[in-house]
Design a protein. Structure first.
Length: 343
């Protein structure tokens, strides 16, 4: 395809610069998380030419004129990244610019990478079977000695270090023996006082100075998974790096009574996806004399999917639009701001 586009004069003959990890022979990389001090190497894949790049979001080429932007820097040596940057780079050779290579490198972790990853707040049998699970989702060990909770009573002993990927389970202190019978083999790090509210509440981890490290305000309604409310399942986070207070970022555990001590498992991919959207429909798609904004849902599977009572939102209200009972997605749904129709 590129060969045909170049033959037609629709794509530059100069290849874009490559972003590589650590050296000219390192792995080619794109946007993502990197550690502090990460070495970014730019490689010119062409026989000649100069790499120009920016770190302020501007294009190194001036639009329409083809001149070098005043924001552009000449690449001469590897970049050591100490903060999050968006880098845009092009090769200029013989008056011809390459296509743009752009990537955002998120350097280090924002705050402490400590997460609440599972909550069993209303277990069958009562409070004795409650538990909370936390995990270090970062790339370095964390000393959490002296950290504490809001909502329940627990202080981590001095010298507590949680290594990358490690999961710690905290259980209710009502009856440790009964907890051990339901969860044989689960290593409980400690037992907390107080109870998790069956109707939902805010649970937070505080550092030694009393500052909030992470907080979750779970609920038994308003879009939160209902099966976690007394129906033998726990709440399990989907994306530990996502919003911990978004109901859509939590799922019911894949097994009865939850999975204390195990890292969260990603959910099965949904057959129904957001496939297309029109955020500002001026005159493109008419519907009954109006031009509403719209979102398209697409069923990728080979059979119909019942999406009755599913919801769609663009705000913190998870049930902003609820599909009526009997809605079956066979192919595509278009959701307009004023009207709903399918084809």
């Amino acid at each position: 395809m590129l060969s045909q586009l170049r033959s037609a004069g629709l794509y530059p003959t100069i290849d874009a610069p490559e972003f590589r990890e650590g050296s000219l022979t390192g792995n080619i990389i794109g946007s993502g998380r990197v550690p502090v001090g990460f070495t970014l190497v730019m490689r010119n894949p062409n026989v000649s030419g100069t790499i120009y790049y920016t770190t302020n979001g501007a294009d190194p080429r001036v639009y329409y004129s083809g001149l070098v932007s005043t924001n552009a820097l000449v690449y001469t040596q590897p970049l050591v990244l100490t903060r999050t940057l968006t880098i845009k780079a092009r090769v200029l050779s013989g008056g011809t610019w390459s296509a743009l290579n752009e990537a955002t490198f998120t350097v280090g972790e924002i705050g402490l990478p400590l997460r609440i990853t599972e909550i069993m707040y209303n277990p069958p049998g009562g409070n004795a079977y409650e538990f909370i699970e936390i995990q270090n989702v970062g790339s370095a060990p964390l000393d959490i000695g002296g950290f504490s909770f809001q909502g329940i009573g627990f202080v981590f002993p001095a010298g507590t270090v949680i290594v990358p990927g490690q999961v710690l389970v905290l259980a209710n202190n009502a009856n440790p023996a009964e907890f051990a019978m339901r969860y044989p083999g689960v290593r409980v790090f400690g037992y907390y006082t107080g109870n998790l509210n069956n109707g939902g509440e805010r649970i937070a981890i505080l550092d030694r100075a009393g500052h909030v490290v992470i907080a979750v305000h779970y609920d038994d309604e308003n879009g939160w998974p209902l099966a976690a409310d007394g129906s033998e399942y726990s709440l399990e986070i989907i994306d530990p790096w996502g919003d911990p207070n978004a109901p859509a970022n939590w799922q019911t555990s894949p097994v009865l009574y939850g999975r204390p001590g195990l890292a969260p498992s990603p959910p099965a991919a949904s057959p129904v996806v957001i496939n297309e959207l029109m955020a500002d429909n001026k005159t493109a798609v008419e519907n009954e004399g109006t031009y509403p904004d719209w979102i398209e849902l697409y069923n990728r599977s080979s059979g119909p999917v019942d999406i009755s009572n599913w919801s769609l939102t663009d705000s913190s209200e998870p049930r902003k639009f609820v599909f009526p009972v009997g809605t079956v997605d066979s192919f595509r749904w278009i959701l307009g701001s004023l009207v709903r129709y399918s084809y």
